[in-house]
Design a protein around this ligand. Structure first.
Ligand SMILES: NC(=O)c1ccc[n+]([C@@H]2O[C@H](COP(=O)([O-])OP(=O)(O)OC[C@H]3O[C@@H](n4cnc5c(N)ncnc54)[C@H](OP(=O)(O)O)[C@@H]3O)[C@@H](O)[C@H]2O)c1
Length: 238
């Protein structure tokens, strides 16, 4: 049975992944067993397990403004931590799958393809792009630019005038397993729609909100991605 190590398995997405049944043997090391900032201890863990794949989720994500307030933490976890993981995967020839974000695109016109120019929308996205830069050096890797969120939708209000292509965590998981052997960069998301429209389908109580120009919360108006590449790959496999 092929082995997959998941870093950041205690996080939001990792917890959902833990419940999923697959044909792989999944390992969810604790931060004590695999700390992405401790190169040697991570090395021993990987050497011991000898995985075929490593899905790299660990890092600093929310709240988004922590990346403005604590840039050292953001740089350490998302850039240096990801660089450490990339070096180790390269050393042991482990296939690396890195979870990046749609926020690396400029977030203005939407429908961004994997080949479009990047302009991260906030510090979080810059830190994730920093991680991408390391991963990109190692060719046996896959960068997933994902637009996802947890179910149920966490907020009481959702933006009517902000477009994205959110998928719920649980809907990303089967896609992830289908892409394990791909390389390069792939966008993952659902249909392009307003966040309100997305949230309303699962939660009838959600109220409308409007993002104002001067709100300055690092949220782009249209961070939707083209899913053309993903759809072609998924069609081929099925
Ligand atoms: N909205 C989204 O959900 C979304 C969208 C696109 C991409 N992503 C990316 O997907 C990944 C997973 O997201 P998430 O929401 O599940 O993240 P999360 O809930 O913030 O989880 C982060 C994980 O990283 C672990 N971690 C922190 N420092 C570590 C260290 N030094 N060594 C090892 N592990 C460490 C945390 O463990 P502790 O709890 O023990 O600190 C936690 O398990 C992230 O890389 C995120 O950037 C998320």
């Amino acid at each position: 049975m092929k082995k997959i190590i998941i870093t950041g398995g205690t996080g939001r997405f990792g917890q959902t992944l833990k419940k999923y049944k697959s044909k792989y043997k999944l390992f969810f090391p604790s931060k004590k067993q695999l700390n992405i900032l401790k190169f040697k201890s991570s090395l021993y863990y990987l050497k011991n397990i000898k995985p075929n794949y490593l899905v790299h989720l660990a890092g600093l994500s929310r709240p988004m403004n922590i990346h403005n307030k604590e840039i050292e933490k953001s740089i350490d976890l998302n850039i240096i931590g990801t660089s450490n993981i990339t070096k180790l995967c390269s050393r042991f020839k482990i296939k690396l799958i890195y979870f990046s974000t749609n926020y690396v695109y400029p977030g203005v016109k939407g429908n961004y393809s994997e080949k479009d120019a990047l302009l991260p929308v906030n510090n979080y996205a810059w830190s994730k792009l920093g991680g991408e830069s390391a991963v990109h050096l190692y060719k046996n890797s896959l960068i997933l630019r994902v637009s996802m969120t947890e179910k149920p939708f966490v907020h009481k209000r959702a933006f009517v005038n902000v477009k994205s292509n959110f998928l719920y965590h649980e809907d990303v998981i089967p896609i992830l397993f289908k892409l394990l052997d791909k390389r390069g960069i792939i966008n993952i998301g659902g249909p392009t729609q307003s966040i309100f429209h997305f949230a309303k389908k699962e939660n009838k109580q959600v109220k409308k909100a409007y993002l104002k120009k001067n709100q300055n919360i690092g949220m782009p108006y249209n961070s939707s991605m083209s899913l053309k590449k993903l759809k072609i790959i998924l069609k081929k496999k099925d």
